[in-house]
Design a protein around this ligand. Structure first.
Ligand code: AQP
Length: 342
């Protein structure tokens, strides 16, 4: 597909991203996504969504989904997202997401969707038992982004393929409906040393909120004892730590712990390698525990404080949804007209 459609988009730059309220936030969600969201507030108009409709692509207990939605909103704010500056809202409150997703279900091709690795991983060996929503998830994600004509999408490495699909959908829509430049072709923003934080139990597997083993991840709600225990038991290898990037080859656990340290300390990986090179994992684990507690506990405490007033959280989400609708409604009116809906 040509890049013509991308070239002709001349609307404003806008950032969109989201996180699913599908369990406790992990250090991976924080370093790969939310920390980046906070930084982008400085330079862009941003919408940050709690993607509750994505969460129900796998079963969520209804009262737990409500709690997790409020907790994620509180965590967003505790991490530094400012509801006065950025638009914070939950996806199900703005119907444009579902409406545009249907149009995109008709634009996206089965072959494109079948290539999505996340569906393959999450549906596992029993594809026939996965929900239709899990398969269509990336078309809804394209709608999330494009309902606001967002141009930049900060995500972790695992979401790159989905943003690429959103690019294909935007370009095909523009071509099919003879509307060059109508939708921007959004850019994934995948930056930093921790774009893919790995499981503490297996350096080849992504740290994930839905991993059955709680020992595989640091949750943003973990207390000092839990953080210390999880890092103490984190998988390692028998060698001492390397002093340069070449020495990390074939050592995923060393790479993971050193990268987490660098991301939390806002340092380059080379600096961290230089510091820990030649030392034992035990030293790194102790230093990492201390650093994690220093960075995470203020977020945990502030999240807990904000959760004490669920009414105030609901009001933030309602205000955010109203501001989001004001952007999405005119886009949807144009989409309906372009598609030919009367
Ligand atoms: N391990 C990770 N390292 C770096 N970034 C990560 N992200 C997720 N895990 C890591 C980024 O966090 C954002 C929100 O993710 P999500 O909630 O939409 O779902 P996900 O990508 O499927 O993350 P999880 O934690 O694995 O959730 P579950 O277990 O519910 O599927 C995204 O930008 C993602 O890249």
């Amino acid at each position: 597909m040509s890049d013509e459609a991308a070239v002709s988009y001349n609307g404003p730059e806008r950032v969109f991203s989201g996180v699913q309220p599908s369990g406790n936030l992990t250090l991976g969600n924080y370093l790969g996504a939310i920390k980046r969201f906070v930084a982008m507030q400085e330079s862009h108009d941003c919408l940050y969504c709690i993607v509750d409709m994505h969460a129900i692509t796998v079963w969520q207990d209804p009262s737990e989904l409500t709690r997790a939605t409020r907790e994620l909103t509180a965590a967003y704010i505790a991490c530094g997202l400012d509801p006065a500056r950025s638009i914070l809202f939950n996806q199900s409150k703005v119907t444009a997401h579902a409406e545009l997703a249907w149009v995109f279900n008709c634009v996206a091709r089965m072959g494109w969707m079948e290539r999505m690795t996340q569906f393959k991983e999450k549906s596992g060996k029993h594809k026939e038992r996965a929900s239709l929503g899990l398969f269509a998830y990336p078309a809804l994600m394209a709608a999330d982004i494009l309902a606001y004509k967002a141009t930049h999408v900060p995500v972790g490495d695992d979401q790159k393929q989905h943003v690429e699909l959103a690019r294909d959908i935007a370009q095909k829509f523009n071509q099919d409906y003879n509307a060059q430049g109508f939708f921007p072709v959004p850019e994934p923003i995948i930056q930093g040393v921790a774009t893919k934080v790995m499981s503490l139990r297996d350096g080849a597997k992504k740290m994930s909120k839905s991993d059955p083993s709680d020992m595989s991840r640091i949750n943003l709600t973990d207390d000092t004892d839990a953080i210390a225990k999880k890092l103490r038991r984190a998988k390692t290898d028998p060698d001492e730590l390397p002093a340069d990037a070449k020495g990390l080859e074939g050592r995923p656990e060393a790479r993971n712990l050193l990268s987490i340290y660098a991301a939390l300390a806002d340092e380059e990986l080379v600096t961290v390698l230089d510091h820990f090179g030649g030392r034992q994992f035990r030293d790194l684990k102790e230093a990492l525990t201390e650093l994690t507690v220093v960075k995470i506990s203020p977020i945990t405490e502030e999240t807990r404080r904000l959760m004490g007033d669920p009414g105030a959280i609901d009001k933030i989400l309602e205000d955010g949804a109203e501001r989001a609708r004001a952007i999405a409604d005119p886009v949807m009116a144009d989409v309906r007209r372009l598609v030919g809906f009367v």
